[in-house]
Design a protein around this ligand. Structure first.
Ligand code: AMP
Length: 604
């Protein structure tokens, strides 16, 4: 394995690497750093976010600059304010031992005068969003005519956001003999055009497969009637109690509407779109990062640059117009080596888009059914039981125990458990008993090869058996590793275990009925690290709730409102407070102050 010391980095940078706690270079760093240090080349690097690409261009840039000169020598263009700030922070951390090096961020939504003042003090590196950059050039507040290096970060996103003309204008203010390094997750035609037009015979490096979505993401689609989109969304959330997701809508209006409905229905949700002021957007993003918001409903533009690593699900409430945009959406999950799920809620008339998207991501979509009410109730019941089991006892409860014992006197243990569980469970069963199931059939009629998890959907349901197992994400499993564990432990074939849905401390999976006897007898006395593993046949053969990668910790808030008219999820009292807070600040109902009249460069 290559070490940082072997890449040709100077001591101040190696010291910073040590401080950052980086042990070995990532693939893109290993490939790009020596190349960029050795020669003056143009580079096209295909790498997703989360691969360490900022350091891949940041280290060589810092090392090559003359920190004794105050001239601006390096320009980094990035699509959003969030990303711009993130890159600036990273570069500042990498260059902390390089004396005299200044990196300044310029972006919309903040004081242009302050930013101009910082530039004037001397900034060898400028990190900018295209809108604000253009603005500052036209006002003569920044000079990029002497730069040696120009980095276009997340080029595909910048072009998707319509920054082609801005980038062209910005580049026309830079010297011809500079080096240009372009980083992009995908290589659509527009990016290739930029490379051809503005770069000189660029060297190309690729991390992972070209144009492919990350393989850690499972893609699922759910066919519903046009009017059932919202109930379908609620069911997907209810079937995944630990969901931490971005829900994509096509328009700002739909984004606002869906977020408001979710909040009204008691979910911890927030809206993120361009009609909110920068301040409102910052508030929502902060709450999302702190996981006070479980479902962030966003437009594509507003969600660009969201850098939150442990998103469990991306939900496409509506499909985007451009297929390319789907790649960006799904890339918000499955980051940093974790698995994630991208769900598409789709009507029959849109089905042909699935084929086109599969081609684009080079991965098969799984056809899934919106969970039935019974399935959701079952998931919620196990979730609740586990939550009770894992709840740390609050010492203050002791004071009230004598009185509580008086109240509960005469109720035996079994009855008490039933009553406790019923407190939450009844709400779900009441709601779902009243609602009919909403899945439409998938008439895509495909008989081609699909992902191996999909096998269960096509298998006759009477031959398929669903199991409950008392291990889950807390034990370090996600659906992929649990599937491997089951297959290896039971010596089953590649496709014998399917529909593996992991929850926090339990999971579900399916096999054909022919394996049931073997599985149940195997697990009657099977111990894993000293603990008995319990496998039972679950009541439902389906399990279409989608695997949930879940996440560590818990404690996301929920609204405190009574939700007798809905399915909702189990909520703990201590969570309710943060949720109510989230509700008032993120419902977007206080939109009157938002600046819909602002120009795009104000936001980006
Ligand atoms: P990026 O792809 O540049 O957005 O980086 C994603 C995250 O990985 C950032 O938080 C970096 O600080 C971190 N990172 C970058 N390089 C390494 C490395 N070699 N080892 C561990 N973490 C890294």
């Amino acid at each position: 394995m290559t070490k940082f010391e072997e890449l040709g980095l100077s001591q101040p940078l190696l010291d910073a690497v040590k401080d950052m706690g980086f042990e070995t270079p990532s693939e893109v760093q290993e490939k790009a750093i020596p190349l960029l240090l050795e020669s003056e080349i143009d580079l096209v690097a295909l790498a997703q976010t989360g691969t360490g690409k900022t350091a891949a261009f940041g280290f060589p840039l810092i090392q090559k600059l003359d920190s004794a000169s105050r001239t601006t020598q390096g320009l980094i263009l990035s699509p959003t304010r969030e990303l711009c700030l993130q890159i600036t922070n990273e570069i500042q951390a990498y260059s902390k031992y390089v004396k005299g090096l200044n990196t300044v961020a310029i972006y919309g939504g903040a004081s242009i005068t302050d930013q101009a003042r910082q530039i004037k003090r001397g900034a060898q590196i400028v990190v900018a969003t295209p809108g604000r950059m253009k603005d500052m050039i036209s006002r003569g507040l920044v000079d990029i005519t002497k730069i040696d290096y120009c980095i276009l970060d997340e080029a595909d996103e910048m072009l998707n956001m319509g920054f082609f003309e801005d980038i062209k204008d910005i580049l026309s203010n830079t010297p011809k003999d500079k080096s240009t390094w372009l980083f992009s997750a995908t290589m659509p035609r527009e990016v290739a055009t930029i490379a051809k037009k503005f770069m000189n015979n660029p060297t190309e490096i690729t991390v992972g497969a070209k144009n492919a979505g990350t393989s850690t993401v499972q893609h699922e689609y759910y066919v519903v009637g046009g009017r059932d989109r919202y109930p379908a969304l609620k069911r997907l959330a209810d079937a995944n109690p630990d969901i931490f997701s971005v829900v994509f809508c096509r328009t700002k209006r739909d984004t606002q509407r869906v977020a408001e409905k979710l909040i009204e229905d008691g979910y911890s949700a927030g809206a993120l779109h361009g009609d909110l002021s920068q301040n409102q957007r910052d508030l929502v993003m902060n709450s999302f990062r702190k996981k006070q918001i479980q479902m962030l409903v966003a437009t594509d533009v507003a969600a660009r640059g969201i850098d939150v690593d442990d998103i469990t699900h991306v939900i496409n409430y509506q499909l985007p117009d451009e297929i390319e945009t789907y790649t960006h959406r799904s890339g918000r999950t499955g980051r940093a080596g974790k698995s994630g799920i991208s769900m598409v809620i789709i009507t029959r008339s849109e089905m042909r888009k699935i084929n086109a998207m599969e081609k684009k991501i080079q991965q098969a979509f799984l056809s899934k059914k919106i969970p039935t009410g019974i399935e959701i109730c079952e998931i919620q019941l196990y979730h609740l039981a586990n939550k009770i089991k894992d709840t740390k006892i609050n010492k203050d409860v002791e004071n009230y125990l004598p009185a509580i014992n008086d109240v509960l006197e005469g109720i035996d243990r079994d009855e008490l458990i039933k009553k406790i569980v019923s407190v939450e469970f009844t709400r779900f069963s009441n709601y779902y008993n009243k609602t009919k199931d909403i899945s439409s059939s998938d008439d895509r009629g495909r008989d081609r090869e699909r992902g191996d998890r999909d096998r269960g959907e096509n298998a006759p349901s009477n031959g398929s058996v669903r199991y409950f197992i008392n291990v889950g994400e807390k034990d370090g499993y996600d659906w992929m590793s649990l599937k491997d564990f089951l297959r290896d432990t039971l010596s089953l074939g590649k496709d014998d275990v399917y529909k593996v849905d992991t929850k926090d401390s339990f999971s579900f999976f399916n096999t054909e009925a022919e394996h049931t006897e073997q599985i149940l007898s195997f697990f009657t006395d099977f111990k894993l690290e000293g603990r008995f593993i319990n496998v039972e046949v679950s009541k439902n053969p389906g399990g279409s709730g989608g695997g949930n990668r879940g996440r560590s910790g818990g404690g996301r808030g929920r609204s405190d409102r009574d939700s007798s008219d809905r399915g909702g999820r189990s909520r703990s009292r201590d969570n309710n407070r943060s949720s109510s807070r989230g509700k008032s600040s993120h419902s977007g109902k206080r939109r009157s102050g938002s600046s819909s009249s602002k120009s795009r460069s104000d936001f980006f």
